[in-house]
Each structure stands twice: as structure tokens, then as C-alpha cells.
Design a protein around this ligand. Structure first.
Ligand SMILES: CC(C)(COP(=O)(O)OP(=O)(O)OC[C@H]1O[C@@H](n2cnc3c(N)ncnc32)[C@H](O)[C@@H]1OP(=O)(O)O)[C@@H](O)C(=O)NCCC(=O)NCCS
Length: 169
């Protein structure tokens, strides 16, 4: 499957919110209001991935809904030079094809360009896929935040040095 990346547009919002609902359980998935606030936050950027299989209003298999959006990443750069990955969401049928890695690398490049030397994120301690994914991309656990999520699950805080030797892509 081939994908094209572009910046978020207002008309993408419902597609992104429904992808987030499919990616996370209640208590971790964002409400519309939360997701909209993260996307609008100062210093934040959102990159969406569309399936190249989409054809007008008749998306092919694995091409998401009519928008063709199958994944996205929301991240932000702070003035302290530390970036934050807010969410990476890939539809289940589009996973393990390298799309999450492509979106993560794109966000990390933008954070470096915004003078960030490190990036952090939070993920649920029981999200084994995400933990394997971030470990694969040189993120390390720095601390645990008890009952971080509304459903009472703890979060790991992960961090990556963005100025370390670049990984092979
Ligand atoms: C985590 C997530 C973003 C990964 O996206 P993806 O497109 O499947 O990731 P990639 O295909 O780029 O995977 C790269 C590597 O990460 C690791 N990885 C990814 N998913 C994995 C899984 N379920 N189990 C074990 N390792 C995994 C593997 O090393 C993989 O390489 P490989 O496929 O060659 O073995 C995706 O599973 C997802 O959207 N999950 C739901 C939302 C979520 O938890 N987001 C992260 C928290 S913010």
C-alpha cells in the first residue's frame, strides 16, 4: 500500500476523530473537544496519511473512509526545545506496513527543524504494540505516571534524544 502525507485541513477532522476512536479504548481515546484542542494548540502540527488506493469517493480496501485518511500524527514543539508526540494513530488494517514509522520520522524531522533536541510522549503501560514501536525507534522509558488516563491506567513517559546518531530508515 502506498501513502501520501500532507498537513491537516479542517475538513479532515471527523476522519481523524473516528480513527482515534478505533485506535484507543474509551478513557484513552480523545473526545472531539480534546482532539480539536490538541490540533489547534500553539506549536502543534498534524500530518495526515492518505492511501494512494483512494479514488474519488470510492476508496479501495484498506483506504479508510471517503477521505482516504488511514493514519495521522499530532505533535508539538515547545519553546524549551523539547517536542511532544501527542498521538500517532494508524487504522488497524494499515498497521505493520511502515506507516507509523514514516509519520514518526516526519514529525521528528519537523521537531528538529523547530530546534527541539529531544522528544517525549506518554503511552499506556499496557499498550504493548506502542511500546514495541517506540522501542524500535530508540525511545526509552523515563518515568511512570500513576492513573494518567481517565480509565485509571498508568502511563509510561518515553523520551528520545533527537540529536543522537540518526537511525537507519
Ligand atoms: C503503534 C502504531 C502507531 C504503530 O504503527 P504501524 O504503522 O503499525 O508501525 P510500523 O509498521 O511502522 O512498525 C514499525 C516497527 O514497530 C514495531 N511494532 C509495531 N507494531 C507492533 C506490534 N503490534 N507488535 C510488536 N512490534 C510492533 C515493529 O518493530 C515494527 O517493525 P516490523 O513490522 O518490521 O516488525 C499502531 O499500532 C497504532 O496506531 N496503534 C494504536 C494507536 C497507538 O497505540 N498509538 C501509539 C500511542 S500514542
Amino acid at each position: 500500500m502506498e501513502y501520501s502525507l500532507r498537513d491537516f485541513r479542517a475538513e479532515d477532522f471527523e476522519a481523524l476523530w473516528s480513527i482515534d476512536q478505533r485506535c484507543f479504548v474509551p478513557g484513552i481515546a480523545y473526545s472531539r473537544r480534546e482532539l480539536a484542542a490538541y490540533i489547534r494548540r500553539r506549536g502543534s502540527f498534524t500530518v495526515v496519511a492518505r492511501s494512494a488506493a483512494v479514488n474519488g469517493n470510492q476508496p479501495g480496501r484498506g483506504a479508510g473512509d471517503a477521505s482516504g485518511i488511514v493514519g495521522f500524527i499530532v505533535a508539538e514543539a515547545s519553546r524549551r526545545g523539547v517536542g511532544h508526540i501527542i498521538s500517532v494513530d494508524i487504522l488497524p488494517e494499515n498497521r505493520r506496513s511502515g506507516l507509523g514509522s514514516t509519520l514518526l520520522a516526519t514529525a521528528e524531522d519537523r521537531l528538529r527543524a523547530a530546534d527541539c533536541h529531544a522528544v517525549t510522549l506518554e503511552t499506556a503501560v499496557d499498550n504493548t504494540s506502542a511500546l514495541a514501536f517506540y522501542k524500535r525507534h530508540q525511545y526509552s522509558v523515563t518515568k511512570i505516571i500513576p492513573r494518567y488516563y481517565l480509565n485509571g491506567v498508568d502511563a509510561f513517559v518515553l523520551e528520545k534524544d533527537l540529536l543522537a546518531q540518526p537511525e537507519r530508515r
